[in-house]
Design a protein around this ligand. Sequence first.
Ligand code: AMP
Length: 289
Amino acid sequence: MDVIEYPDEMRAWSREQRAAGRLIGFVPTMGALHEGHASLMRESVAQNDVTVVSIFVNPTQFAPHEDFDRYPRTWDADRDLSEALGAQVVYAPSAQTMYPEKYSTYVTVERVQDHLCGASRPHFFRGVATVVAKLFNAVQPDRAYFGQKDAQQCAVIRRMVRDLDFPIEIIEMPVVREPDGLAMSSRNKYLSEDERQRALALSRGLIRGQELLNTGERDSARIIQEVRMQLADVETDYVALVDAEEMQPVATVDGAVVLAVAATVGSTRLIDNMKLMPGRSGGQAPRLL
Ligand code: AMP
């Protein structure tokens, strides 16, 4: 497996693959890889001839007061896992390579980024869309794999790819959870044993929301209120029901929605969500998308 650090070298590698008729799958990550990332990598390896994994902790998606400096970095283990799962390349540019002096160009995806994490972290999606556009230009993949764990990020990337004509298919993969329901996240490493237990409130809240939809409840305010009750033991940032495409709040659930929660546990901000398609008439079980 190769490690590539510069966009021109990355593009040259991809050009060779394409000339040989190989399909390129791409899994962008910030490292500290876990089973959630592994599920994306396995799917890419299964669906494509070659797979590139990027590992880059992107400074432009962190605000100054956030955890950029202490974000977990586990380079050796990440490289070994990427290789073991069958990736051909780890693309790991430096921050200086990605954002040289006088860097001044950013991608903003309007509307889709406005609510949920976009409201709490106003800098965030501009950083995400910009770095993913740059990674796409370097790797030039046929398919790129993202986790529904970050459902709004998926919606933002899908819209960017459509609006800016990136010739890339976006594949969304289901949320991978610990056996007790906690969504896997590189930030779970920050949690103490007590916080780890309290963090279960997020997935419990989502399950409560899913139950309500199951029993035919379609009123967003009532669902949100019940989910919030499950989050009594953590500091809730938001509980929201949004449509699955534009990520706009809905008053009544009548199509594909994302039930999304964000909360701080101790000093760790966690997010989780479920993408749900309720049945046409009340009482029908919602399908997990
Ligand atoms: P990150 O390294 O946190 O930026 O995540 C890189 C990719 O892995 C993103 O597309 C995430 O949505 C995805 N991912 C992270 N955690 C999970 C998880 N628990 N299940 C599925 N995908 C995940």
